[in-house]
Design a protein around this ligand. Structure first.
Ligand code: NAD
Length: 483
C-alpha cells in the first residue's frame, strides 16, 4: 500500500485540464481510507467544452477509412497493454478490486478495441428491390458525438472497452468516469492522447450531477451508452427526453438467479455460483450470481457447501496477488451494503456466514465487509429481491419447476441467469422461460466476445460486446435512386 498518484486531470480536445471550477475530488484507497490522488470535479462548462471538441473532431475522424480507424484502435489496444502494470496498480488501489483477477480487465478492454476494429466491413446496408427500375439502398452513418458513462466497479475496463464500438462506427466520444475510482481514466486519456487525433476521445470526471446530467442533456449528444444503476438509468431516460430525441442504451443492475435442479452435481453448481458472485470485486458485479435457488432435495448440502467455500475466501490487500477479496468501493457503498445485511437479519433470513466487518486488526480501517451468505431467503425479502452489489449471497429453496421459474422471475431485473441440470429438455425450457438477457447452462460465465451481453426488464436495453453494439452506434439512411 502507500501509493499516491497525485492530480489526474481530464482530457478535452487533446489537452489535459483541470475543472473550470478548479475543484477536485479526492480519491481514497478503500482498503485503508488513505488519500491517493485527485480528479477534477468537472462542471457543465467542462462538458460543453468536451462536446464541442468532440464535434469538431468528428468529421475528420469519420472521413478516415475503416482501415485507418481500425489501425488506430489497435494502436490504442497496444497502448493499454504497454501500460498494464501501471494501470493495474492504480486501479487496484483506487477500486479495492484484487489485482490477481484485475489483470484480465486491461486485456478485455484491449481485446474489445481489437474485436471492433475487425468489424468495420460489417457496418453494411441493404439493397431492396422497391421499384423495378430504381436503386434503393441503406447506408449506416455515425450519430456524431457519443456519450459513454461508466460505473465504479471496473472503471478502466468499461471506459476502454466502451470506446471501441462508437469510434469504429465513426463517432467521437465524451466519456465520463465514476466519481469514486476515477484515477485510471487519466491513464486511458494518456493512451488516447498519444494515439488518436485531438478531440476524438474526451474524458470528463466528476459527479453525476452536474457532469453526467449535463452530458446527457447536451443537445449535440444524440447517442448515450450508460452502464450503472437502475435509478440513474431512469434519470438518464428522463433527462434525455427533456432536451431532444436521443438513442439511449442502458446496462443496469441484476439480481441474478442460479437454479439448481435435483439431478445436478451440487458441488459443481455451488462452485459456479461462488465463482459467479465475483468476490474478487467484493460482489460488485452486475452479473453476480447473488441468488442461489436450490431444489429442496439438494438444499441442505448446497447451503453447507456455499458456507464452506465463502467462509474460506481470503480477504486482504488488493495489491497482494494471493488476496481473493478486497473491500467494497467507498464509504457510501459500505453503508449501503451493511444496511442490506441488517435488513436480511431483520426480515428473518438465516445468516450462514459473514454478516459484518471482519474482526482482525488488519481490517480496522477501510471499507471491509465479510463475505456473507443468507439462507432461507424468500422472494419477498429485500435480500432476495434487491441488487445489493456487494459480497452477499442469498439461498432459497424450491419444490417444483414452476415455483423455481416464478422465483427466478420475481424481481424487477433480468440480466443473467444460470441453470444446473443434465436434462436437456428442462434446461432449454427453463432457459426460454427465464426473463433474462443472458442464460448459462451448467456454468456461470456470461461474457463471450461476439455474443450480446445485456439485460431485459429493468436491467437494461441494448446488447453489447457483439456486432449489435457496433451497429447500435450507427443510424440508417435510405437512399432512393429513381430511374
Ligand atoms: P451509478 O448509476 O450510481 O453511477 C454510474 C455513473 O453514472 C457514474 O459515472 C455516475 O457519476 C453517473 N451518474 C450518476 N447520476 C447521473 C445522472 N443523473 N446523469 C448522468 N450520469 C449520472 O452506478 P454505480 O454505483 O457507479 O455502479 C453500480 C451499478 O452499475 C450497479 O447497479 C451495477 O449493477 C451496474 N452495472 C451494470 C453493468 C452491466 O453491464 N449491466 C456493469 C457494471 C455495473
Amino acid at each position: 500500500m502507500g501509493h499516491h498518484f497525485g492530480d489526474r486531470p481530464m482530457l478535452i480536445g487533446g489537452v489535459f485540464t483541470a475543472a473550470s471550477s478548479k475543484e477536485w475530488i479526492t480519491s481514497v484507497n478503500p482498503a485503508t481510507e488513505d488519500e491517493i490522488g485527485r480528479a477534477p470535479a468537472g462542471t457543465k462548462e467542462d462538458v460543453g467544452r468536451a462536446v464541442d471538441a468532440a464535434a469538431q473532431a468528428q468529421p475528420g475522424w469519420n472521413a478516415k477509412s475503416i482501415w485507418e480507424r481500425a489501425a488506430l484502435l489497435r494502436k490504442a489496444a497496444a497502448g493499454f497493454r504497454a501500460r498494464a502494470q501501471e494501470i493495474l496498480v492504480m486501479e487496484a488501489t483506487d477500486t479495492g478490486n484484487t489485482i490477481a483477477k484485475l489483470r484480465a480487465d486491461v486485456e478485455i478492454a484491449a481485446g474489445y478495441l481489437e474485436y471492433f476494429a475487425g468489424l468495420g466491413t460489417e457496418m453494411k446496408g441493404d439493397t431492396v428491390p422497391a421499384t423495378s427500375t430504381g436503386l434503393h439502398f441503406t447506408l449506416r452513418e455515425p450519430y456524431g458525438v457519443v456519450a459513454r458513462i461508466v460505473p465504479f466497479n471496473h472503471p478502466f475496463m468499461f471506459a476502454g472497452a466502451h470506446l471501441a464500438a462508437p469510434l469504429m462506427a465513426g463517432n467521437t466520444v465524451v466519456l465520463k468516469t465514476p466519481e469514486t475510482s476515477p484515477l485510471s481514466g487519466h491513464l486511458l486519456g494518456q493512451v488516447c492522447a498519444e494515439v488518436l487525433p485531438p478531440g476524438v476521445v474526451n474524458i470528463v470526471s466528476g459527479y453525476g450531477m452536474p457532469v453526467g446530467d449535463a452530458l446527457v442533456r447536451h443537445p449535440n449528444v444524440r447517442r448515450i451508452g450508460f452502464t450503472g444503476s437502475v435509478a440513474t438509468g431512469l434519470a438518464i431516460q428522463r433527462a434525455a427526453a427533456e432536451t431532444s430525441v436521443k438513442h439511449v442504451s442502458l446496462e443496469l443492475g441484476g439480481k441474478n438467479p442460479l437454479l439448481v435442479f435435483p439431478d445436478a452435481d451440487v458441488e459443481k453448481a455451488v462452485t459456479a455460483a461462488v465463482s459467479g458472485m465475483n468476490f474478487s470485486w467484493a460482489g460488485q458485479s452486475c452479473g453476480s450470481t447473488s441468488r442461489l435457488l436450490v431444489h429442496e432435495s439438494l438444499y441442505a448440502r448446497a447451503v453447507e457447501l456455499t458456507r464452506a467455500k465463502v467462509a474460506a475466501l481470503k480477504l486482504g490487500d488488493p495489491l497482494d496477488p494471493s488476496s481473493e477479496m478486497g473491500p467494497v468501493n467507498s464509504a457510501g457503498h459500505y453503508k449501503r451494503v451493511m444496511s442490506f445485511i441488517d435488513k436480511g437479519r431483520n426480515e428473518g433470513a438465516k445468516l450462514v456466514t459473514g454478516g459484518g466487518r471482519p474482526k482482525s486488526e488488519a481490517f480496522k480501517r477501510g471499507y471491509w465487509i465479510e463475505p456473507t451468505v443468507f439462507a432461507n431467503v424468500s422472494p419477498d425479502m429485500t435480500v432476495g429481491r434487491e441488487e445489493i452489489f456487494g459480497p452477499v449471497m442469498a439461498i432459497s429453496k424450491w419444490k417444483t419447476t414452476e415455483e423455481a421459474i416464478a422465483m427466478a422471475n420475481a424481481t424487477q431485473y433480468g440480466l443473467t441467469a444460470g441453470i444446473f441440470t443434465n436434462d436437456i429438455t428442462v434446461a432449454l425450457n427453463t432457459a426460454k422461460r427465464i426473463e433474462s438477457g443472458v442464460v448459462a447452462i451448467n456454468g456461470s460465465v456470461m461474457h463471450f466476445v461476439g455474443l450480446p451481453f445485456g439485460g431485459v426488464k429493468n436491467s437494461g436495453l441494448g446488447g453489447e460486446e457483439a456486432l449489435e453494439e457496433l451497429l447500435s452506434y450507427t443510424q440508417s439512411k435510405a437512399i432512393h435512386v429513381l430511374m
